[in-house]
Design a protein around this ligand. Structure first.
Ligand code: GAR
Length: 226
């Protein structure tokens, strides 16, 4: 294990394509984090197999095996401790977490959400964006706080909504930028350039200039890919 790298556990519930993007960036030279475990609340989650094939430790904490949310979270917390996780990256992890669990990982847990928060918190973001008729949609990486999809924003990516879009085409366009901003955000948090301070995101030396503040599909700010 490379010394000094932050140990990241990724929480998933399904496909795991964001987890794969985090894994790929984790292998770039100079990356300040390594993925040490992929944990799912869904036993058959496709991403578990992908992670195992990549040689990453996996674990299942099936929420249906617990009577209460708190009991589930207690075992999830213990599992994160077993892997000695420094940071937790929720990547399509479809469980609402209690304030008590979130507070134990405050400033150390990130989430990616498929909308430009604070618009479209919760589920079915692409359907709702199409219904609302917005012309710009996107994705957000934020620190997790007890407020659902309401934590301080680390990075966002915008994509256009095109005339012929349906939910699937819009979701695919957003997913492509998710795969770029999530590794970028995790990289900066792991490097210590970006942290949660007094309920806000504080940064040191990142983004490097104002053109990098708005991530557009035409730009690539993932360190190592410059
Ligand atoms: C992603 O689009 C992610 O933003 C979304 O689920 C998808 C998971 O895909 N997350 C949420 O909706 C969280 N509320 P993936 O498993 O292929 O990364």
């Amino acid at each position: 294990m490379a010394q000094g790298k932050k140990r990241v556990a990724v929480l998933i519930s399904g496909r795991g394509s964001n987890m794969e993007a985090l894994l790929r960036a984790g292998q770039l030279p100079g990356c300040p984090y390594e993925i040490v475990a992929v944990i799912s609340n869904v036993p058959g989650a496709r991403g578990l197999q992908t992670a195992a094939e990549a040689g990453i430790a996996t674990a299942v904490v099936d929420h249906r095996q617990f009577k209460t949310r708190e009991a589930f979270e207690e075992v999830l917390h213990e599992t994160l401790l077993v892997f000695a996780a420094d940071l937790v990256a929720c990547a399509g992890f479809m469980r609402i977490m209690t304030e008590s669990f979130v507070s134990r990982w405050e400033g150390r847990m990130l989430n990616i959400h498929p909308s430009l928060l604070p618009l479209f918190r919760g589920l079915h973001t692409h359907r709702r964006a199409l219904k609302a008729g917005v012309k710009v949609h996107g994705a957000t990486v934020h620190f997790v706080t007890p407020e659902l999809d309401g934590g301080p924003i680390i990075i966002q990516a915008a994509v256009p909504v095109l005339a012929g879009d349906d939910e699937d085409s819009l979701a695919a366009r957003v997913l492509r930028v998710e795969h770029r901003i999530y590794p970028a955000a995790l990289w900066q948090v792991a490097a210590g350039n970006c942290r949660l301070e007094n309920g806000r995101v504080a940064t040191d030396g990142w983004p490097v200039d104002e053109t990098a503040q708005l991530f557009s599909p035409a730009a690539d700010i993932l360190p190592g890919n410059a």
